[in-house]
Design a protein around this ligand. Structure first.
Ligand code: LLP
Length: 417
């Protein structure tokens, strides 16, 4: 069977991730378990970094994709910053000693408490999404007699051709300031918000985008605007081009960061520092989820494999209809069959894969769900009072636990008795 994950390979019919035989991990840690490849994360980050080498740049990893401390530590060691979207993410980033001057904060609903927290820690900039927000921020700064750095998040209104749930840069979404309002918005900020420093523009058009066209369209639109602003005497320092580059889950052929960035650089003025916010690209293909087959079940012509993971650990199939390749940890049968792979949760939408053609496995054996390093663990929940699962990092022939499985005690730790 074929893998789509670069560092996941069969040797003598057993899967290895980097140089670790996966049976060792399931024996020691048990299942379900997320496993990440340190060297894949590093390679992905460096791919982005080298694509930007001609320009002043900063990579702010979109930590909403994977916010484990160990992952953030890798990003920090490589000189990266973070794109945060809540006070909680900021807390995690600071806890991992990410330099606050490398942190940008986007989100349509930042609370006063979150703004104060970010302000106190002197992050690089707030990416502003509405007029109410900009006024609110200005008042906070005024009361403190200080100035706050901001960038305006623009909605460039382009068609991204991705899953509608994760498209943010189309007309009518809640994100950013519509392009046609931006010039007036800039004037408003400069004239009325004396406690704000406008230092950049930002756009992020969506996620899992597999062609350069929407990125180019958005960049052209925003850079035209930057040139117009220059002509009226407004020179900015940063252009934050967001994240969104797609990865291969099945047979997609997304552009490399080099190809994408080279196209975009044609339009971006030299003097700007470019900020990028890749999330999925950095961690997506660096992660797998290992699960145990509990039972086989046949209903009419349908074959189910019931496994010990579920939508509570990986919600992407249930939520977006997303595809993740699923393969056996050990290849010991040539009996290929179509299975629906489902979890124990009381929802019909609790599936990990439908109509997956795989070689049969006996109960108690393991399956590997691929390309789950991004938006996997971070979207997990305790629904059905299931425990959040453990996470493991592999580094060449070593592996180590980077998050413990929750206990029943954890489940009720916040409740008042
Ligand atoms: N910057 C901003 C402002 C964002 O909202 C996002 C993702 C990113 C950067 C990173 O985008 P990426 O490089 O990862 O595509 N849960 C969904 C994805 C939601 C993406 C939300 N925003 C999924 O599982 O596909």
């Amino acid at each position: 069977m074929k893998t789509v994950t670069p560092r996941l390979k069969y040797k003598d019919n057993i899967l290895y991730f980097e140089d670790v035989e996966l049976t060792k991990i399931v024996k020691k840690i048990s299942t379900p378990v997320y496993v990440y490849s340190k060297n894949q994360i590093i390679e992905n980050f460096l791919n982005y970094k080298s694509a930007l080498y001609k320009r002043k740049n900063l990579i702010c990893f979109a930590m909403k994709a994977n916010s484990n401390y160990e992952v953030l530590k890798i990003i920090k060691t490589l000189g990266g910053g973070c794109d945060v979207t809540s006070g909680g993410e900021l807390f995690r980033a600071l806890n991992a000693k990410i330099n606050p001057k490398k942190i940008v904060y986007a989100g349509v609903g930042k609370t006063e408490q979150e703004i104060n927290y970010a302000f106190k820690n002197e992050i690089l900039m707030f990416n502003i999404e509405s007029k109410d927000e900009v006024e609110f921020l200005n008042n906070i700064a005024k009361n403190k007699n200080k100035k706050i750095n901001i960038a305006i998040r623009i909605n460039p209104e382009v068609n991204t051709h991705t899953i509608s749930h994760i498209s943010t840069g189309e007309e009518g979404t809640k994100f950013g300031i519509p392009l046609y309002e931006v010039k007036d918005f800039v004037r408003f900020v400069l004239n009325e918000c004396k406690n704000l420093n406008l230092i950049g523009l930002h756009y992020h058009i969506g996620s899992q985008i597999c062609t350069v066209t929407p990125f180019v369209e958005a960049t052209k639109k925003v850079c035209n605007l930057i040139n117009e602003l220059i002509s009226i005497g407004i020179k900015l320092k940063y252009l934050d081009i967001g994240g969104g580059l797609g990865i291969r889950y099945k047979d997609e052929e997304p552009p490399t960061p080099h190809k994408l960035i080279n196209e975009l650089l044609k339009y971006i003025p030299q003097y700007l520092t470019i900020i990028c916010e890749p999330g999925r690209y950095i961690v997506g293909n660096a992660g797998i989820l290992i699960t145990k087959v509990l039972y086989h079940k046949k209903v009419k012509n349908k074959n189910f494999l019931i496994v010990d993971t579920s939508m509570t650990d990986l919600i992407r199939p249930a939520f977006y209809g997303a595809y993740h390749n699923i393969i056996p940890l050990k290849l010991n049968s040539n009996n290929f069959k179509k299975f629906d792979i489902v979890g124990p949760v009381c929802e019909t939408s609790d599936f990990l894969g439908k109509n997956m053609l795989i070689s049969d496995v006996v109960n108690g054996e393991y399956l590997v769900i691929e390309t789950t390093g991004a938006y996997g663990f971070v979207m997990s929940s305790n629904y059905n009072s299931r425990l959040r699962i453990s996470e493991v990092m592999v580094d060449k022939d070593k592996f180590y636990l980077i998050r413990k499985r929750e206990s029943y005690k954890n489940l009720i730790s916040g409740e008042i008795f």
